[in-house]
Design a protein around this ligand. Structure first.
Ligand code: HEM
Length: 458
């Protein structure tokens, strides 16, 4: 059996390359070693793990991740513990993980999801009502504002008030701290997070975490004291949930799950929306086709009308393909010897799917660096060829909500306003925390209005 290809650079050099230029790190090693290679990406342990990007291998990995051969352990994701705590979907494993998913999934599907459509459109209209022809708009800040409001409402049912405003500020500050490539070092190298006083990064993270926790625990206590069976937000549902023995979730469980959903649910979608706005406004033919499709919508005030549009869907997919916000799946662990891509893998080995490399494969996506939504109209990709939300037992719980948000927010903005991109230079992908963001701020300017008849709620 072949020996697993291993980059020659020392582990520390590889970790630095992975932190500061993950796209180059993955592409370079893919070119040298192909579909599967060993990588030092410092994910919770100092051991290397395997990075795989071949669709059949991805399929095997994600369809066997609860079998005797492979598992999807949560403890290996401890790199995220400082952000989201321990008692949550991402860090739980096995039976506990399955049970928690059953609790958390329903609000992200079906009717519940549809109810969010109107909220998403209202939030979008409120935010864009503040845009003027005088002042450029920072796209990331605007998108973050929208997705934060959506997730705070969906998760907590929180609409306004002091606690809501403070949480919004604190969560943004906390994510911004690890948002730059340099800040991401704080996540990957835990000793840098040590608290050396109020002005050190570790001290600042602790202060923000303490205040966030205080607000979250206050909200949990108040809601426990005043249960309202009519509420459908995720916190209300989790408060009512019990296991077979009749035990509910503790305050700590609830806090950790809420932090997970707030963290995973807002920045990822904001980054994807920022990329979408960038591509649409830098490629005139894409914008033209999209506007032509939006023109056919008879009632742009009905958010569900954006969900069926095929070109808008293709634009969203191509955005998530070319720069997948989550570059990797969470790790899966080999439990029994298996063969993958012609290599024998022994128990204990961790494998991560490289979504980025999968989405850059020439054999699936000719000219992969080109933003071309038409590829999603010309052919169908299997869930193991196009997988922005991963797969298997850890497939993103927010996938449907994120796609909903992308379509409704983009559809609403584009059918209301005429905008111009102000960036002169191309924007490239770079690390933002554990996600793939932009290497520069993206600025747009309002130059006109398409549909003044659209109501803007106050
Ligand atoms: C464009 C936006 C998003 C992208 C690209 C994305 C991508 C991903 C990916 C790739 C995974 C790992 C799947 C795997 O290992 O197979 C994941 C997991 C997860 N995502 Fe998302 N996500 C997005 C939005 C959201 C939203 C809106 C939420 C919540 C409201 C969310 C919550 C989660 C959670 C809780 C997990 C862990 C699931 C588990 O371990 O069982 N994500 N996401």
């Amino acid at each position: 059996m072949n020996t697993i290809p291993t980059p020659k650079e020392p582990a520390l050099v590889q970790i630095a390359q992975w932190i500061f230029d993950p796209v180059r790190y993955m592409s370079k090693n893919f070119q040298k070693y192909g579909d599967l290679f060993q990588a030092y990406v410092s994910w919770g342990s100092s051991d290397p793990l395997l990075m795989v990007s071949e669709p059949k291998a991805m399929q095997y990995m994600l369809t066997h991740d609860t079998t005797k051969q492979l598992t999807a352990p949560g403890d290996v994701n401890s790199i995220l513990e400082p952000l989201i705590g321990r008692q949550n979907l991402i860090l739980l494993s096995g039976k506990e993980h399955r049970r928690r998913r059953q609790l958390v999934m329903p609000p992200f599907h079906g009717e519940r999801l549809q109810a969010y459509g109107e909220i998403i459109q209202q939030i979008t209209q409120q935010v864009i009502a503040e845009w003027s022809t005088e002042e450029p708009v920072n796209v990331r800040n605007a998108m973050q504002k929208m997705t934060m409001r959506v997730i705070l409402q969906a998760v907590f049912g929180l609409y306004e008030g002091e606690r809501y405003n403070r949480l919004e500020t604190l969560l943004s500050q906390r994510l911004n701290m690890t948002g730059s490539p340099l800040g991401a070092v704080l996540l990957f190298l835990p000793w840098l997070r040590k608290d050396f006083g109020a002005w050190s990064p570790g001290g600042r993270i602790r202060q923000i975490a303490e205040e966030t926790d205080r607000l979250l625990f206050e909200e949990i206590r108040e809601r426990r004291a005043n249960p309202d069976p009519n509420r459908v937000d995720i916190l209300s549902l989790l408060l009512m949930a019990e296991d077979e023995a009749g035990h509910g979730l503790t305050d700590q469980d609830l806090r950790d799950e809420l932090m997970t959903l707030l963290t995973a649910g807002h920045e990822t979608t904001a980054t994807a929306l920022t990329w979408a706005m960038y591509w649409i406004h830098s490629l005139p033919e894409v914008k033209e086709k999209l506007l032509a499709e939006l023109d056919q919508v008879s009632n742009p005030n009905d958010p569900s009308s954006f969900l069926k549009l095929s070109y808008l869907n293709a634009v969203c997919n191509e955005t998530l393909r070319i720069h997948p916000v989550a570059m990797l799946t969470f790790p899966r662990r080999v439990e029994e010897p298996i063969e993958l891509c012609g290599y024998q893998l022994e128990p204990g080995i961790l494998i991560m799917g490289s979504i980025y490399l999968l989405h850059q494969r020439e054999d699936l996506y000719p000219e992969p660096q080109q933003f071309r939504p038409e590829r999603f109209l010309e052919r169908q990709f299997s869930p193991y060829e196009f997988m922005p939300f991963g797969g298997g037992v850890r497939r993103c719980v927010g996938a449907a909500l994120a796609q909903y948000e992308m379509k409704i927010i983009l559809g609403t903005i584009l059918s209301t306003l005429d905008l111009e991109l102000l960036n002169q230079k191309p924007v490239a992908p770079t690390r933002r925390g554990i996600t793939l963001g932009q290497n520069a701020q993206i600025w747009i300017q309002k130059i006109g209005q398409h549909s003044p008849q659209m109501a803007v709620p106050s």
